[in-house]
Design a protein around this ligand. Sequence first.
Ligand code: ATP
Ligand code: LTN
Length: 337
Amino acid sequence: MEETGKKVIFSGIQPSGNLTIGNYLGALKNWVKLQDEYDCYYCVVDLHAITARQEPKDLRRRTLEILAIYLAAGLDPEKNTMFIQSHVSAHTEAAWLLNCNTYVGELSRMTQYKTKSSKFGNDTSISAGLLNYPVLMASDILLYQTDLVPVGLDQKQHLELTRNIAERFNNAYSPTFKIPEPYIPKEGSKIMDLQEPLKKMSKSSENPNSFILLMDPPEVIKKKISRAVTDSIGIVKYSDEQPGVKNLMNILNTLTGESFDCIEKKYAGKGYAEFKEDVATAIINEFEPIQNKVEMILADKTNLEKIYKAGAEKANYIANKTLRKMQKKIGFIPVSK
Ligand code: ATP
Ligand code: LTN
């Protein structure tokens, strides 16, 4: 297997719902920019998705759809290793080894765990997978000796935990893992819910008006943006007092590069209608070419299969090398030399 000498990138998106503009701006759009400079592993993290109950046929459909979206957004399968997490069993094996080097205390302090588990109220049937989720993520990252992890701001805490777990393992045994750094974009790292702009936009939200999907048709995008919650102030201004407007300005700025100053001036004295129309148009312009390609890519299942099989082959090779190292250091007897 060729060694490129380039720095390594790993990232993934869960097939737990359809991709939102948050996933696109916070993660995918940046992955495309990084593909020439780095040795990139881009994964569809299906094992993570089952921390919430998934309908098997939806999980199958979404897993392939996300891979198709990676391709349609501009990721080149010749340059990147693109694969499905469950095709590389080292991820679950390494996760167990890392679980034994992780504290329940640190896992139960994770914001994502607290938010997701609080939805259960007094019901105690929260899956252990939800608590252990960041350990599987650490295993994804550490198996590839990753340098950089491009993610949205919500994942910063999980990255810090990954670094702590790696350092703990390195200290307990001997240097085994590279310590990864987060790569969080300056713009678009936290797109907010369109209905509750103090909350992060999330693909598993129950209210479809709260998010824009990458595959939403233009009319739907226009409708959702026109219904996005703003305020009664009526001035387009980048301010914490106007979280709805601020979020739409963030989206516009990330897509068009127009500065906040420029946006404020352009819509001065105009109210929100025209501003919202322009936000919707910018989204449609970005998404339409991707949407047109996705259907075509999905229609060619043989090609998709070729891509994820080749991806799994390379990923298995690299991941198993690190897994064997971990097993040896822990003191397991190798099957054979
Ligand atoms: P779920 O709702 O199932 O938890 P999610 O929408 O949060 O899913 P993930 O698959 O967990 O999406 O995240 C994939 C990537 O998208 C991560 O890098 C994450 O940081 C990024 N991301 C998710 N939501 C946003 C958002 N609202 N703004 C910016 N980036 C985001
Ligand atoms: N937990 C991530 C998805 C994810 C991931 C990863 C991201 C799983 N494994 C490894 C970066 C690197 C999330 O976005 N919720």
